[in-house]
Design a protein around this ligand. Sequence first.
Ligand code: ADE
Length: 315
Amino acid sequence: PYYKESYNSSVSPEDAKWEFEREHLQLDTTLGEGEFGKVVKAKAYNLDGKQNYTEVAVKMLKNCASGVEQQALWSEFNLLKDVQHPNVIRLLGACTQNGPTYLIVEYCEHGSLLSYLRNSRLEENGYVNQRYKPSKHISNPKEPPELLTIRDLLSFGWQIAKGMKYLSEIKLVHRDLAARNVLVGSGKVLKISDFGLTRDVYEADTYLKQSKGRIPVKWLAPESLYAQIYTTQSDVWSFGIVLWEVVTLGAPPYPGVPPERLYNLLLAGYRMDRPENCSDELYAVMQKCWKTDPQDRPTFSKLADIFDRMLQQRT
Ligand code: ADE
């Protein structure tokens, strides 16, 4: 009964806790853009009682978005309310009244893991494939490439495994785990992001997808491809692809394979080769993530332990 006047009756007490005044948000440059949505950098004044402003990222829909996308943004809002882990993007607030829906999340200064990996490539290095150099607007072109060590790459695997372990514990299946959907904050802290496709699985531990959307074929487990079965164990398959992206510094998976041929290749037992500069040990982890039987794949808890151990061995 004590909500501010501007909150109309459609704001539940639960949402009022998150509501942030639109007027206190100063939108700045676009950080990322999809077909129906975009993420804009912004200054949020007096967020959480702060005297000045906080740099934030604001997720919103484009004008062309339909009810389906609106729903996806709301479901992301609802899911993000409950997640709290250092390796998962944190919700800071939302503007749900008197205008377009905005989700306010923490700003990650290095952008997506995919662009960060690609930026870390050295031009002179024979390992670099110029085709994959990111376009200028994706990342900050003024910054020199940050050279990454093997230790950094292992830490990335460890952090993503820990974030995913947390999500699986609260029974969330991500369904779109990929380097493009992981963000890099200060201190090279990774944050799992993009929950638009995520569904919770409080009852069954399998989510059956209802309708066909845009499908990230090359990140999907075979059972997701042929039966739209999404589980934590299919997220583990995607995690294996992300490891491949990490160790190749952001190469596109299954180079040269047309997406429509992938399913038969996987069924026939085909898997990506060990990338250059990838240890046998790390490749063995990927291969375990790509077992045909979901139950044969390691859990995220196991994966977090494996990376923990690999990192310890290197100190
Ligand atoms: N791009 C998309 N989301 C972002 C965020 N939270 N921080 C920085 N760049 C982003």
